[in-house]
Write a protein that binds this ligand. Structure first.
Ligand SMILES: [Zn+2]
Length: 180
């Protein structure tokens, strides 16, 4: 199993790893996988490609409310212009940018597939990995070469997939011997 991998979104290469201790400011993307918390510039590029924005926010906006000022210094914000030439604009908070950034990564097929495979294995394959329904049926099991496969159907959404099993040990005289 890959210990870490990269996904590329909007030309930005993003590392995902289970070794969050190695990351500076880690943030969890999906259970068990972390990435480095991006700076606002990198996050904007991935989360809102093509959106016109400014790192400077109007002082009058910061001065308008003490809470806004506090929040700005805690999480940051950019000033976004939804349309070119539009004066005024609106704030895009750091937390919103980070959430949109993480959602983009989660939607990447490699990450999405990893996540649904994890959930499927964690649930011992009792529900459809695509729609979550428990009305699933298996075909006969085929074994060989230290692995086993079983074709599976979901009666609800019609998905077909193959469960993959791996040889982990054996049982003799009611004692289980598992390879580490
Ligand atoms: Zn299904």
């Amino acid at each position: 199993m890959a210990r870490h991998f990269y996904v590329e979104i909007e030309g930005v290469r993003i590392l995902l790893t289970p070794d969050w201790e190695l990351l500076e400011n880690p943030v969890e993307v999906i259970p068990g996988y972390h990435t480095r918390r991006p700076n606002l510039r990198d996050a904007m590029e991935v989360a809102f490609p093509g959106l016109e924005f400014d790192f400077a926010v109007p002082q009058s906006w910061l001065d308008s409310d003490e809470k806004i000022n506090d929040r700005f210094y805690k999480e940051g914000a950019v000033w976004a212009y939804p349309d070119k030439g539009l004066r005024g604009g609106q704030p895009l908070w750091g937390s919103e940018i980070l959430k949109a950034y993480l959602d983009k990564i989660r939607a990447h097929p490699d990450v999405h597939n990893l996540d649904c495979a994890k959930a499927y294995v964690r649930g011992s394959g009792r529900t459809c990995p695509f729609c979550g329904h428990d009305q699933i049926e298996g075909e006969s099991v085929e074994t060989g070469g230290g692995s086993a496969t079983q074709g599976m159907y979901c009666l609800k959404c019609g998905a077909y997939w193959i469960d993959a099993y791996r040889l982990v040990g054996f049982v003799k005289d009611n004692t289980a011997y598992f390879a580490k």
